[in-house]
Design a protein around this ligand. Structure first.
Ligand SMILES: [Zn+2]
Length: 347
């Protein structure tokens, strides 16, 4: 099987020849080229080159072609700061008052910077290696994360807690859902095999499960439903411990759920089994600061937990639980990729 057949068989709960392995590696990939994140996320050719180079070195099955964790917010007018040692961060929001949601306009991903550069990267990677690697073109941010960035974290969490203008909160989430959908759809048009939303700020580390169910979940579910009804593949990323929202996380319908090591993997497997494929959950700190032997052990344990008493490995993509840190050593990344071959074969 090639990487694409292997991944599609996994997503279908069929029997792949082995567990596919992904990397979420925009930071070490840029560092290996000696360029800053500001440059890669604002220059599609550089972003593509960093990903293709890393793929040639590590030979992973699934490429998570990151869009920059704040790119949709930036496309909607939010000020974003780029740092070389961490993911970009949204700073000055655009909605001083919730009422200002009326002024927001939907934008065209193909002509709006920096989306346009990220889509260019997807087109290049798809053209160069899209028949050899499975590409997840990130549609970040998801509706809730984007709303937080447009309104500002504290103001939006306060809007939700006070709940004085629920119709305006709903209007903002609806705008963000439509915006996220446009960009994610464009990623598929650009040649990605699947797209994704990143919604970690809607997880229990930031938002209470009650508010997740009231606000974030319906927006995520509605967005994902549009992809499912069109026969399209979408991944859903919430890192941190998601145990208290597992039923809803699974019920969003995303074919891939990305989780990290803070969530009990056996519980996630129990909730998602034969409904969604789990992607993750190897600790990014271990990958950055551990040894190849420790990475190997963590991968073996995750593979064993996901196999449980099933007749063969399926419904699981082995990879980091979140974005790899810039300083992650190549030897540890090689150990991760090798573990899928060593412990995840189906013969
Ligand atoms: Zn994450």
């Amino acid at each position: 099987m090639d990487a694409i057949e292997r991944t599609l068989a996994t997503l279908d709960f069929q029997k792949p020849d082995r567990i596919p392995v992904d990397l979420h590696n925009f930071q070490p990939a840029a560092a290996a080229m000696g360029v800053g994140l500001h440059e890669v996320f604002h220059d599609g050719e550089l972003l593509a080159e960093s990903q293709i180079r890393a793929w040639r070195e590590f030979g992973h099955d699934v490429i998570i072609l990151e869009s920059g964790t704040s790119s949709s917010a930036e496309a909607c007018g939010v000020e974003v700061i780029y740092r070389d040692d961490a993911a970009p961060a949204a700073t000055t929001p655009v909605l001083e008052r919730l009422e200002d949601v009326e002024t927001l306009e939907l934008r065209d991903p193909w002509t709006t910077f920096p989306w346009s550069e990220i889509l260019k990267a997807t087109q290049i990677v798809a053209r160069e290696i899209g028949n050899e690697a499975f590409i997840i073109g990130r549609g970040d941010q998801g509706p809730f994360s984007l709303a937080l960035m447009l309104r500002g974290y504290e103001p939006f969490l306060l809007d939700i807690a006070l709940n004085e203008q629920p119709e305006l909160i709903a209007r903002l989430l609806d705008y963000c859902r439509a915006t996220a959908t446009r960009f994610a759809m464009a990623q598929l048009e650009a040649g990605a095999h699947a797209t994704s939303i990143g919604e970690s700020p809607s997880g229990p580390d930031v938002l209470s499960p009650r508010h997740y169910r009231r606000w974030a979940y319906p927006a995520q579910r509605a967005m994902i439903e549009e992809f499912l009804s069109g026969g399209k593949l979408i991944a859903h990323h919430i890192c941190g411990n998601v145990e208290s929202i597992l039923p809803e996380f699974v019920a969003t319908g995303a074919q891939i759920l990305e989780i990290d090591h803070k969530t009990d993997l056996a519980k996630a497997r129990g909730a998602a089994w034969r409904r969604s494929t789990i992607l993750g959950p190897v600790d990014t700190n271990l990958l950055a600061f551990g040894t190849p032997g420790e990475v190997d052990t963590a991968c073996r344990e995750a593979i064993e937990t996901m196999r449980a008493d099933a007749p063969y490995h399926t419904g699981f993509i082995l990879g980091p639980g979140c974005a790899l840190a810039s300083e992650t050593p190549s030897d540890n990344i090689h150990a991760l990729v090798a573990a899928a071959e060593r412990y995840g074969r189906n013969d």
